[in-house]
Design a protein around this ligand. Structure first.
Ligand code: MD3
Ligand code: FE
Length: 220
C-alpha cells in the first residue's frame, strides 16, 4: 500500500512547521550500510518494552546507542549512560549514524548538530505511541532528527497543547524528519501501525531519533 506515493515523494521536502520538516527518502543511500550496523547494536542491546512511571509496559520496544540512552521505569523517564538490562554502557554511536544525523540537520537549517543520544524504537503492526512532548533533554536549542525504516507509519504532528488538533503525516522507509526551534516542543505521536510487510525489514518499523540529551540546560 502507498508504494507509488512513497517513491513519488522521495527527494522532496515537506515543511510541517516553521522549523520542522520531512526530508523524503533522505536516508535511502545510507540504508545498506545502516542495517548491519543496527544488527550489531541490537546484539549488544536488544529491543525491550520499558515500564512507564504509571506501571504500564510501553507498546513500542526500544533500545539506544550513544553516550546517553533514554530509559523509563517506575521512578520516571530519564537519560542514562548505562543500559539497565546489561548494566554496561550503551553501544557507541556509529560514525555512519552521526554523519546521517549531522547532514540531515544541516539540510534542514540546523548547523553543527552533535547528538550524544540515539533512541531506536521498534514497531510491529498494532504498535502505537501516544501523544507526548520530548522534554527529557537538557538543551532545547538542539533539534531532533528522526529516521524511519520499514513499514509506513501515520505520524501525528500536534501543537503546543495536548488538546491542539494534530495533523496526520505518513512516514515511509528512508524518510528523515528534523524539528527544532519553535517546533521543538510540539506534541506528537504515532497511530497504531497497519498490517504491512516491507521488502527489506518484513512486518516491522524501526525509528531512530538523534538527540542532544546532555550538556547545560537551555530553553529554545
Ligand atoms: C516531534 N518517536 O521517540 S519521531 C520518540 O516515529 C518519538 O518513533 C516517533 O516520538 C517515532 O520520542 C516520532 C518523528 C517526529 C517527526 C517530527 C516531529 C517527531 C516530531 C515534529 C515535532 C515534534
Ligand atoms: Fe517523541
Amino acid at each position: 500500500m502507498f508504494d507509488l506515493l512513497e517513491s513519488t515523494l522521495a527527494g522532496t521536502r515537506d515543511n510541517l512547521g516553521e522549523q520542522a520538516c520531512v526530508l523524503r527518502g533522505f536516508a535511502l543511500p545510507y540504508v545498506p550500510e545502516m542495517l548491519p550496523v543496527l544488527d550489531s547494536i541490537l546484539k549488544a542491546a536488544p529491543f525491550r518494552h520499558m515500564v512507564t512511571p504509571g506501571g504500564y509496559h510501553m507498546s513500542v520496544a526500544l533500545t539506544n546507542c550513544g553516550a546517553l540512552g533514554w530509559t523509563s521505569d517506575r521512578r520516571g523517564y530519564r537519560y542514562a549512560p548505562n543500559d539497565p538490562v546489561s548494566e554496561q554502557a550503551w553501544p557507541a554511536m556509529p560514525d555512519l549514524f552521526l554523519r546521517l544525523a549531522n547532514t540531515a540537520a544541516a539540510e534542514a537549517g540546523f548547523d553543527q548538530f552533535e547528538p550524544d543520544a540515539c533512541l531506536i524504537n521498534h514497531y510491529v503492526p498494532g504498535t502505537r505511541l501516544s501523544l507526548h512532548q520530548d522534554k527529557n533533554e537538557l538543551d532545547f536549542r538542539a533539534p531532533i532528527v528522526s529516521v524511519s525504516l520499514g513499514i509506513p507509519a501515520m505520524f501525528l504532528f500536534g501543537g503546543h497543547e495536548r488538546s491542539d488538533k494534530a495533523r496526520r503525516i505518513p512516514l515511509f522507509h528512508g524518510d528523515v524528519a528534523v524539528w527544532g526551534g519553535v517546533d521543538r516542543l510540539r506534541y506528537h505521536g504515532v497511530m497504531p501501525l497497519k498490517e504491512e510487510t516491507h521488502p527489506l525489514l518484513g512486518a516491522q518499523r524501526i525509528n531512530i531519533t538523534f538527540r542532544k540529551a546532555g550538556g547545560t540546560p537551555h530553553a529554545v
